[in-house]
Write a new protein. Structure first.
Length: 259
């Protein structure tokens, strides 16, 4: 039955898993040749995914899905639901959840740049935040950032004289900013993570201390075992982070800012 007959109510039954194996096979065969039913089934799948995605973000009563299905069944008992009416009922059930989920997403607290940089350093250290490219020189990293369309100036320095070599880079995109990120490796497994992104250090949270050196103000933070040093270069914020001796990280930041 894959001719001009359109499956309407059967599409929702298929999505809900209420059809027999034979019926499911028949409807799915029809979807392969009928653009209209295929589009309607895709819309129903979208509604179900939207509901599932919202449910992942907020706590939803576990019996809500059963309540929605029961409501659909009651409507079927009164009069068979058309596909359009099923869509309307499904949207009516999902819309409040989607609204709550959207409000949660917009209003949820976002990590400040210092906390975010500490988490990103931990991600680089654990391997959960890998670099997009391997690189052995400052020139390679700067060329990579240029190819990726980074609009601000990226000043990547060679710290080999201080015992740190460049190993890789990535364009790190988050909801509120895009940063140029690159990594240095030192002895005994030490890593330095440097990021640059547009901004003003005056907008950062209050630091543990501020160090002044040759005209630069360095904002020093500590998050668990990670030390982070922020400073301003033109209209760009730079941050250097490491998980070893704080004074050494501050000294490396002094060198990087002045070379």
């Amino acid at each position: 039955m894959t001719g001009t007959h359109h499956y309407t109510d059967e599409l929702q039954e298929l999505l809900d898993g209420r059809l027999s194996a034979e019926q499911s096979a028949e409807v799915r065969a029809h979807l392969d040749v009928c653009p209209r039913c295929h589009a309607e089934f895709a819309a129903l799948e979208w509604v179900k995914r939207a509901a599932a995605g919202t449910r992942d973000e907020i706590q939803v009563p576990p019996d809500l899905e059963d309540a929605i299905r029961q409501a659909l069944d009651r409507e079927d008992e009164r009069s068979p639901l058309t596909q359009r009416r099923r869509l309307m009922v499904a949207f009516a059930a999902v819309l409040p959840l989607a609204a709550v989920g959207l409000a949660w997403w917009i209003g949820r607290p976002r990590a400040d740049p210092v906390t975010a940089a500490a988490r990103e350093h931990a991600g680089v250290r654990s391997g959960s935040l890998p670099m997009d490219v391997s690189a052995g020189s400052a020139e390679e990293v700067e060329a990579y950032f240029a190819r990726q369309g980074i609009e601000f100036r990226t000043r990547v320095l060679d710290l080999a004289m201080m015992g740190y070599r460049i190993t890789g880079a990535r364009v790190h995109r988050r909801a509120d900013r895009t940063s140029a990120m690159f990594v240095y490796a030192g002895a005994a497994g030490r890593i330095l993570v440097c990021q640059m992104f547009p901004g003003v250090v005056g907008s950062l949270p209050a630091p543990a201390e501020i160090r002044s050196h040759r005209g630069f103000d360095f904002y020093v933070y500590r998050r668990d075992d990670i030390t982070l040093v922020f400073w301003q270069e033109g209209d760009v914020i730079c941050v250097l982070s490491g998980d070893f001796a704080s004074e050494e990280i501050v000294a490396l930041a002094f060198e990087k800012a002045m070379i």
